[in-house]
Design a protein around this ligand. Structure first.
Ligand SMILES: O=C(O)C[C@@H](Cc1ccccc1)C(=O)SCC(=O)c1ccccc1
Ligand SMILES: [Zn+2]
Length: 170
């Protein structure tokens, strides 16, 4: 089922996610719900933190046809090549705002898959950027944290106003 995505500046987005201890059917249901929510948004990634589930689970699909889902449980990233890469990022928890963020260009990710099997992969380009963006979510960090306080506060005020408007109409 479709899950509700928390929006900045909701304090619950700042929660540190805990490792998954047992990859069971409950975790696989969460993964399926996260994928459904991500495709519907639409987005190319989603971290469990964003749907108020504070476990280390990330889903990503950067494919054109939306048919290549990647699942990372208890992910760890290591730097393969420290070259910085700047890319315009968006965030389903900061709807309507797109800003340049600089991240590491080439990373290795070690994780557990939906069957509970450990695996690792290398990533560059959009996948590397998305993985770092999602892992930030698991650590309670948002891409707006990389912006100037002025820009971050402008985004915060605009979203708070929007949330108040929506609360009134509800
Ligand atoms: O908030 C999230 O984690 C999802 C976010 C992932 C992301 C996008 C771009 C750079 C880094 C991380 C999004 O998917 S925002 C929406 C978006 O970028 C997009 C939506 C539809 C098609 C393609 C991109
Ligand atoms: Zn995001």
């Amino acid at each position: 089922s479709k899950l509700t995505i928390l929006e900045f500046p909701d304090a619950r987005l700042r929660t540190e996610a805990k490792p998954v201890t047992n990859v069971d059917d409950e975790i696989r249901t969460i993964i399926d719900d996260m994928l459904e929510t991500m495709y519907e948004a639409p987005g190319i990634g989603l971290a469990a933190t964003q749907v108020n589930i504070h476990q280390q689970i990330v889903v990503i699909d950067i494919s054109e046809d939306k048919n290549e889902p990647l699942v990372f449980i208890n992910p760890k990233v290591t730097v393969l090549n420290g070259d910085p890469e700047t890319m315009q990022e968006g965030c389903l928890s900061v709807p309507g705002f797109y800003e340049d963020v600089t991240r590491i260009a080439h990373v290795k990710i070690e994780a557990v898959d939906r069957q509970g099997k450990a695996f690792e992969m290398e990533a560059t380009g959009l996948l590397a950027v998305c993985i770092q963006h999602e892992l930030d979510h698991l650590n309670g960090k948002l891409f707006v944290d990389y912006l100037s306080p002025l820009k971050r506060n402008r985004i915060k005020s605009k979203l708070e106003k929007e949330h108040k408007r929506q609360a009134k109409r509800a």
